[in-house]
Design a protein around this ligand. Sequence first.
Ligand code: FES
Length: 183
Amino acid sequence: MSDSELDTPDAGDRPLNRRGFLGAAALAAGSLVAAAGGGAASVYLAVPALKGGGEAAGWTLVREIAATAGDGPGRATIDVVSQSGWSKTTTRQAVFIERRPDGTVAAYSARCPHQGCLVDWRSEVKEFFCVCHSSTWTRDGSLALGPAKRGLDPLEARLTASGDVEVKYAMFALDTAERVEVG
Ligand code: FES
């Protein structure tokens, strides 16, 4: 599966301008670099977990494979497997993972809650930023500047006994102030 299969913004009724398109393309390219072990952010490798069945339903193991300078959150790409009857569907999703100094871990969806572009982390100013329409969020995911109407969508995250990170991916409705889970 390629990064082009990452959930992308709804075609929607607000087409991206040229800057937004180029930015989105740059982010997609950045994801590929990160997946290959390069890039400015911490890099994580995830293995699929089953969503919808089993004891560990919904949890996806995220394993760090590289880290670079800076203590900001790292973007990870995870394969989320959903099962309905005999049918399994895998979608590739992007998340941010942050290991806090106190030993806890936080995770956020990297899907912009405005129209679904990939959000980036800007370590030089320590904020999340969406190139599509310039929404920004503080490090804790709180909305700093719209047009997005809410903070980044937090995801359940936990540490395993061996110190690995697991996240429970969820998807939320776009362009709403209220966070409404849709899958
Ligand atoms: S998609 Fe519009 S600000 Fe992110």
